[in-house]
Design a protein. Structure first.
Length: 656
């Protein structure tokens, strides 16, 4: 393989990892020298096949197509999408700047299906996002997350330390995940009933007088809206038939959480992908507030952003609304971007207006978005698709042009790890010059120049860009390079709301958020309680939970690396032995899983760590793509997030 780095080791001085690396980090060199890497730009020829091309040819072809699209249909006909592969910070800013200069309002990203729903729930209720102060807490509740496998936003080491220092761990997850096996309390709700379970916990805390009345009187708006939660219909006993969680356990956990100080809540992706996701997460935001855990050591912290230059200017003067603004206006307003899941409708049906071209960087919509068949049809109908990636992804098969990016070992990038409550700017420093491909930032600079937008992209490489971004702090790339532990831009202060209030319209915690009301959306805090069984349950008797990640992979990424693939060689449908028996299945049998959207075939994997009426299918497998099955249920009305975690399905044995 190419000459490159020789080994990877964790940085003991890093304030978050303290030298710990996950299996993906340990396999960084395998990725660097993978034979699957894209080594050259590719252009689709008249024969329908992709052919190697020079950078000049590929950029010239892209610029020609993008100018044609803009002149023929208007700038809004192009959408630009960033996936998990480019991170969430610096590269994304270059892409948004390009979108703004081009004049399209349709910059969008993986936030349309990941994390943004949590951000919205916290922002609407508390004014900004909270993050748990896990190293200093005495009670951690993890809801819909599995950090022992996904490593976010806390290392497995830190989870294991909880018990050693006498702190409690509660895990809310329908499956007995590796994280749940370490818990003092494991609550396993029926998928899709989290909002009811959260209301049951709130009921106990209110009825037992365990809430922080003095904080609430001063700082919580619409306190009267909490009163219905104290009614009997939200008692754990009334919730048990719905959630499947024993009322006694709910009461024990509610008391322990509310009376152990400080306590904090880690909310994972598992909560976002339901029809009532935002309601459930607003309830959790209210729980953080009424227990007095906001912005205190060991509680749920507000971290502040650094004063970095926003390179996404200049903003387009486009009078056209971003895609999704008609269906999920609050998402577009709070995120200041388009909603990616509006793409299939815009391409296939021209609603609200036609989309003709798309750029995908570091993402994989045909595997990651609901109703994959429809997404693929949309990608195939586009007049122009550009894919930027390190390796050939499923979506490169449809692309007209493919541009090779390099790995993170071959590019410089600044990062602000707020997700880990670190108020610091850190440098991810390149180790070697690019062997194949270019840094993403450089690709966008070169594409801008090919388009004639050079004046808006005056930098020659990522280091220049970093100097510009850091300019207002009086810092340079070199300053960061000399501080491996990062530059701390703000000392930690607690209870900041006491002097500045909360960043909501009222300056207080909003149980019924003003911004929901203004957007004409339902601002009620308490979930509607489910009615009796619907007819779909007779024809689709099981609940299908998808979207979980496997430790060796991140979504689709890294499946081609032999070292990681050995850890999870093939897709398996997780199913309880009793359920398997009911359907005449043994471990490893071939089974067909069907929903109203589609069907796939894969082998069973028996486990007692799942409920008897539920089956689970990790996502990211091409050969058994979970999203061939999702998309039948309506999305969350506030965030537009799809239901990936509680779909009805049926299964049958396939004779080999």
């Amino acid at each position: 393989g190419p000459k490159g780095p020789l080994r990877v080791r964790g940085d003991r001085n890093h304030p978050y990892s303290r030298g710990w690396l996950c299996v993906k980090g340990l396999a960084a060199l395998d990725f660097f020298s993978s034979p699957e890497r894209l080594t050259t730009p590719l252009i689709r020829g008249d024969d329908g096949r992709l052919h190697p091309a020079s950078w000049e040819e590929a950029l010239e072809r892209t610029a020609r197509e993008l100018h044609r699209i803009r002149e023929t249909y208007g700038p809004q006909s192009l959408a630009i999408y960033h996936g998990e592969g480019v991170g969430h910070q610096e590269i994304k800013s270059y892409m948004k700047r390009f979108a703004n200069v081009y004049g399209t309002p349709n910059f969008m990203g993986v936030g349309s299906i990941c994390n943004a729903a949590r951000t919205m729930a916290d922002t609407l209720t508390l004014g900004q996002v909270t993050r748990p102060d896990i190293p200093n807490t005495r009670f951690l509740m993890i809801w819909g997350g599995n950090p022992l496998v996904s490593n976010e936003p806390v290392t497995p080491k830190e989870i294991r330390r909880l018990a050693r220092r006498g702190a409690f761990l509660a895990v809310v997850d329908p499956r007995r995940t590796p994280t749940a096996t370490l818990a003092d309390y494991h609550l396993a709700p029926r998928p899709g009933t989290d909002a009811v379970l959260a209301a049951n916990l709130l009921h106990v805390i209110l009825r037992e007088g365990l809430w922080d009345r003095s904080f609430a009187d001063l700082w919580v708006n619409d306190l009267a809206a909490l009163e219905p939660a104290a009614a009997e219909r939200y008692a754990p006993e009334a919730g048990e038939p719905v959630t499947g969680v024993a009322a006694k356990l709910v009461r024990r956990v509610a008391v322990a959480y509310a009376s152990t100080k400080p306590a904090c809540l880690l909310v994972g992706n598992g909560l976002e992908h339901h029809g009532q996701g935002v309601v459930a997460m607003r309830l959790l935001a209210v729980l953080k507030a009424v227990t007095g855990n906001l912005d205190v050591p060991g509680g749920d912290l507000f971290s502040s952003n650094p004063r970095l230059r926003d390179i996404t200017e200049p903003l387009p003067s486009s009078a056209v609304q971003p895609l999704g603004a008609d269906t999920f206006p609050l998402f577009c307003r709070l995120r200041r971007e388009a909603h990616a899941l509006a793409i299939p409708e815009a391409v296939l049906e021209g609603r609200p207006y036609p989309l003709r071209a798309l750029i995908i960087a570091g993402g994989n919509p045909s595997l990651e978005w609901p109703n994959s068949r429809r997404v693929r049809a949309a990608l195939e109908k586009l007049e122009f698709l550009l894919v930027i990636d390190v390796v050939a992804s499923p979506d490169t098969r449809t692309a007209q042009v493919v541009l090779p990016a390099c790995t993170f070992l071959e590019r410089d990038e600044h990062r602000v790890p707020l997700y880990h409550n670190l108020q610091a700017i850190m440098l991810r420093k390149k180790v070697v010059d690019p062997v194949y491909g270019l840094p993403d930032q450089t690709i966008w600079i070169r594409l801008a120049r090919a388009m004639g937008f050079g004046e808006h992209f005056p930098w020659t490489d990522p280091r220049d860009g970093i100097d510009h971004i850091l300019g207002d702090l009086g810092l340079t790339y070199q300053d960061l390079a000399e501080r491996p532990g990062g530059f701390e831009y703000a000392a930690r202060r607690y209870r900041k709301y006491e002097s500045a209030g909360f960043r909501t319209p009222s300056g207080r915690v909003e149980v019924e958020p003003e911004r929901l009301r203004q957007a004409g959306l339902d601002s009620a805090l308490l979930p509607a309680l489910p009615s009796r069984e619907s007819p779909i349950e007779t024809s689709y008797p099981l609940l299908l939970c998808t979207g979980g990640n496997l430790a060796p992979f991140l979504h689709w990424q890294y499946r081609t690396l032999p070292r990681l693939r050995r850890l999870a060689p093939e897709p398996r449908l997780e199913i309880h032995p009793n359920t398997a028996r009911r359907f005449g299945l043994a471990d490893g049998d071939l089974v067909e899983v069907e929903t109203p959207i589609g069907s796939i075939r894969l082998q069973t994997g028996l486990t007692t760590g799942i409920q008897t009426e539920t089956v689970h299918l990790p996502q990211g497998w091409e050969e058994a793509n979970a999203n061939e099955l999702t998309g039948a249920q309506p999305p969350d009305p506030v965030s537009g997030f799809p239901n990936l975690k509680s779909n009805r399905c049926r299964i049958r044995k396939v004779s080999a």
